[in-house]
Unconditional design. Sequence first.
Length: 345
Amino acid sequence: MKKTALIFGVTGQDGSYLSRLLLKKGYVVHGIIRRSSSINTSRIDDIYQEPFTKKKNFILHYGDLTDGTSIFDLIKKVRPNEIYNLAAQSHVAVSFKVPEYTTNTDALGSLRILDSILKINPKIKYYQAGSSEMFGKVQSYPQNEKTPFYPRSPYAVSKVYAHWITINYRESYNIFACNGILFNHESPLRGETFVTKKIVKALCRIKNKRQKKLYLGNIYAKRDWGHAEDYVIAMWKILQYKKADDWVVCTGKQYSVKQFINLVAKKINLKIRWKGKGINEQALSKDNKVIIQIKKKYFRPAEVDNLKGNYSKAKKFLNWKPSKDINSLIQDMVNYELNDVSNAK
Ligand code: NAP
Ligand code: GDD
């Protein structure tokens, strides 16, 4: 019997990679998309083509995490074996601007799915897309499953709620409900306003004289960046493990935003020189033009300065480890941008 998966957030970065993985494993994949005035399926459009969808095994439905009725009806109709909840207002900075909407989607959305599972079929397995942002103002270093949370944004606070309601439904109703606590993961399909994609795209365009400047916020924040293709494998493994549990997924390596910029510039052979301090710090090109400038508007009301994870538990019990380091991640992202005609010379 083929397994059926239902993915909330199928049009996002992770939804796209996870769909491909599950289809290759022989699943029937159902995904939830939102109505939008412009097309929002660009990351999954190619999945409709062979070899993925020979037997109509990729099916999309309209729905929304803020709409409990649509969630209940879809789960009842699809009757999945596994649900992956990847849907979220996932931008930390934006969550300060739309805190109520972020909470409705990212916190209550999880509750709506879990409660539908309870009422329709408590045997459905559930994956909750948790985040290293929950560690926020980090209480110990590196962070693992036992590190206390200290969320620093409406986004992170919502994810902490989603984390605990997942555990609560597991403990109260014996639902196979799991939390992945994933550290930052990137790819060519990363949203354009997240810092890695913003940097890679802009530096490729600057190199090809398509753009003059890149504006950034806090370039001293440190992150543990992995590749999304590796991390969706962890999501799947989490739901195949013999018991429901919570798992940290990361690389265990850490770089600052500034180090990331330097690595990208080196990769594309763009010579840059830093000068100045604080808000006046700048990167100059070899002909002394300012190509990177700091802008106050990209700083957050509260920052998460320092994330670095420890994935020993996932390695030991799920036999998971990252296959791609920062260099292969950057190579993959750079190749994609340089092949995009709108960035070409
Ligand atoms: P993403 O690219 O921003 O994708 C988010 C997805 O959620 C999109 O499909 C989006 O649909 C959908 N969505 C947003 N609001 C919704 C709503 N109200 N109802 C239904 N769908 C909604 O995010 P991602 O990077 O793939 O991340 C996937 C999940 O992992 C998110 O929950 C994120 O918070 C979490 N996470 C991500 C990372 C990371 O580094 N990428 C790390 C830890 C945790 P549209 O396309 O229509 O906008
Ligand atoms: N987005 C952005 N834009 N971030 C910037 C900029 C900028 O211009 N300049 C500096 N930064 C800094 C941010 O302040 C942050 O410290 C760091 O770069 C990373 O920012 P993002 O790429 O936006 O990611 P994030 O760490 O806030 O959140 C991502 O990772 C989380 C996991 O830890 C998102 O994918 C979240 O959904 C995810 O949960």
